[in-house]
Design a protein around this ligand. Structure first.
Ligand code: PEP
Ligand code: MN
Length: 251
């Protein structure tokens, strides 16, 4: 069975200090990979849009410092070469799940791809989007459930826990869960993470920040670095109980 993989880091790369502090903290806590967005296409064009290539340089430094592989989002084919300089895994986010040209270029790059389910995408839509990557001969694709739009307003999205066993029934690809974007608030990240692990997820991708209340993006749903090790311990304990004896560990 493939190793259980905990990916953690800030929503957005904000500064060198914030990125390094988060990388060291998640590594010490037991994360296997570092996430961090350089390009942040937000709902509003008036909010922080990410530091772009400057952020990629900071992620490269954090990888060098910690040895953690980097997962970062590709939003635009014009940025592909810059992203490939740094990304160990190319993340394609919910709003781009059906961006065919992006999927094709990510496929052609032969770099591992993390494809997030669109907020209004069915599992069929997600699997068809995945085929754009696979068709280019790149079969290193991980699927990510991150919450879907429902009538429920008490969470940012509704985590579709059943997506995990259903996707695992329908594909051999690894399936991970993003509890942060589904929940929208950090108090819910631990319970949703444990639900995902209990449902058989192959990993989690979770937002972590040294000072979440002052984060430039998604602070409300970010775990604080200070509490990350305890959270990671709980997740890994349950993963072991689920007979996920192989845990991907920080380098
Ligand atoms: C993210 O992971 O930073 C992100 C924006 O997620 P999503 O595409 O799931 O909203
Ligand atoms: Mn985010």
């Amino acid at each position: 069975m493939r190793p259980f993989t905990l990916i953690a880091g800030p929503c957005a790369v904000e500064s060198r200090e914030q990125t390094l502090a988060t990388a060291y903290a998640v590594q010490a806590g037991g994360a296997a990979m570092l996430r961090g967005g350089a390009y942040k296409p937000r709902t509003s064009p008036h909010t922080f849009q990410g530091l772009g290539r400057e952020a990629l340089t900071m992620l490269a430094e954090a990888r060098e410092a910690t040895g953690l592989p980097v997962v970062t989002e590709l939003t635009d084919v014009r940025e592909l070469d810059a992203v490939l300089e740094v990304a160990d895994v190319i993340q394609i986010n919910a709003r781009n799940m059906q961006n065919a040209s992006l999927l094709i270029e990510a496929g052609r790059s032969m770099r591992p791809v993390l494809l997030k389910r669109g907020a209004a995408a069915t599992l069929d839509d997600l699997l068809l989007a995945t085929e754009y990557v696979l068709n280019e001969g790149n079969d290193d694709v991980t699927l990510c459930e991150r919450g879907i739009r429902t009538f429920e307003r008490s969470t940012r999205y509704t985590l579709d826990v059943s997506a995990v066993p259903v996707l695992k029934e329908r594909t051999h690809l690894p399936v991970i869960v993003d509890p942060s974007h589904a929940a929208g608030r950090r108090e819910l990240v631990r319970p949703l993470s444990l639900a995902a692990v209990a449902a058989g997820a192959d990993g989690l991708i979770v937002e972590v920040h040294p000072d979440p209340d002052h984060a430039l993006c998604d602070g409300r749903q970010s775990l604080a670095t200070a509490g990350f090790a305890a959270y990671a311990d709980d997740v890994h304990t349950l993963a072991r109980a689920m007979r996920r004896t192989e845990l991907a560990v920080a380098a």
